[in-house]
Design a protein around this ligand. Structure first.
Ligand SMILES: NC(=O)c1ccc[n+]([C@@H]2O[C@H](COP(=O)([O-])OP(=O)(O)OC[C@H]3O[C@@H](n4cnc5c(N)ncnc54)[C@H](O)[C@@H]3O)[C@@H](O)[C@H]2O)c1
Length: 344
């Protein structure tokens, strides 16, 4: 995950002397008294001298306390506040698709928060009480709205409530997908008409509907992102209708980017390698595919929600200010391979 910029800047630079992990004896006390940072006010000197008459331990305690470098108010803020001085300080994000703490949406929400953004949530109503609200609360968020993305009215209400409470929106994360279990196994030609509609309605049209509702509240520089998978481009066993839906999602990303670009709103997709989430386990053979992935992908490791979140932070930030309509891979390089083969 990306390091919080503010956290690095804010850490007080107190370096121990080489070879000395602690102040441990009379020699150290002498050196301490000669240091430029040693006590200089009459009262502090008096206290140190008085302490030096006593045990070494008590002298050390007094002298080191008096010699502690001055820490500015900025550095003395609570650690959490310091960390939130990040790339996204002052930005407001709305994240659709948290089901639990394994969700890609959750990894992204946490990373946006760590970089200083305020984050609100929308998920299926049935998940809110037990799953989403406690996670949101851990980021200090109380904007948690139920929404079934098959319903345009529900989508519209989420954005209206957001606008009434938070005003503008800088970052919209769409991490929602669904297909019937029977359409994620077996022969692709067996896909039902209803299964096709369901997968496209929830996994593709929802992005278009969200972008339509969000655009009125998004200023130039805002960012929309969605989640896709390599099965959009190449045949992946059992991914079936979801591969076709992801192809339409990637095309929608480009059309939305062209539509919203003149308003300064960017739209991109992240193509993640396999991540162990609730949805992924609904795909037949996912466990095997996940198990073998790290043996063949160039970077030889599995993909985590933190990996995806790092790219989400980039897409949400001004660092990607001239990038729109793109599909960005977070797959350890898997997509460049012509023939994925494991080492002997
Ligand atoms: N896990 C992976 O390997 C992987 C890889 C690439 C892309 N993705 C994509 O990432 C996104 C997030 O999936 P995830 O893997 O984190 O799984 P997840 O199960 O944690 O998230 C999927 C979310 O979609 C929501 N959802 C489904 N139907 C909905 C509806 N009708 N209304 C509102 N919400 C609905 C679910 O409630 C859930 O919160 C999906 O678009 C998925 O295709 C996942």
């Amino acid at each position: 995950m990306m390091q919080a910029v503010g956290a690095v800047e804010a850490r007080p630079q107190i370096r121990p002397r080489p070879g000395a992990s602690d102040y441990g004896g009379p020699t150290d006390l002498m050196k301490l008294k000669n240091r430029s940072a040693a006590p200089t006010t009459p009262a502090a000197l008096e206290a140190a001298a008085e302490a030096a008459q006593g045990t070494v331990a008590s002298a050390v305690e007094v002298a080191t306390t008096a010699a502690r470098p001055r820490v500015s108010h900025r550095l003395a803020r609570p650690a959490d506040d310091c960390v939130r001085d990040g790339l996204l300080k002052g930005k407001k994000a709305l994240v659709f698709g948290v089901a639990n703490d394994h969700s890609i949406a959750w990894g992204i929400a946490k990373a946006l928060y760590d970089q200083g953004a305020e984050v609100g949530f929308s998920s299926m109503a049935s998940l809110i009480k037990r799953r989403v609200r406690p996670l949101a609360a851990s980021l200090g968020s109380t904007f948690v709205e139920g929404c079934d993305v098959r319903d345009d009215d529900e989508i519209r209400k989420v954005f209206e409530r957001w606008h009434a409470r938070e005003g503008d929106l800088d970052i919209l994360v769409h991490a929602v997908a669904y297909a019937e279990k029977e359409d994620l196994a077996g022969n692709f030609s067996a896909t039902s008409r209803d299964g096709f509609h369901t997968a496209f309605d929830i996994s593709v049209y929802s992005l278009i509907a969200m972008a339509r509702e969000a655009r009125g509240y998004m200023k130039p520089g805002s960012s929309i992102m969605t989640m896709t998978y390599y099965g959009a481009e190449k045949v992946v066993p059992h991914y079936n209708i979801m591969g076709v839906a992801k192809a339409a999602l990637e095309a929608s990303t480009r059309y939305l980017a062209a539509d919203l670009g003149p308003s300064g709103i960017r739209v991109n997709a992240i193509s993640a390698g396999p991540v162990r989430t609730l949805s992924a386990h609904g795909i037949a053979g996912f466990r095997t595919m996940y198990g073998g992935f790290k043996d063949v992908t160039p970077l030889r490791s599995n993909i985590t929600i933190e990996d995806v979140a790092g790219t989400a932070v980039y897409l949400a930030s001004p660092l990607s200010g001239q990038t729109t309509g793109e599909v960005i891979y977070v797959d350890g390089g898997f997509n460049i391979l012509g023939l994925p083969v494991a080492d002997e």
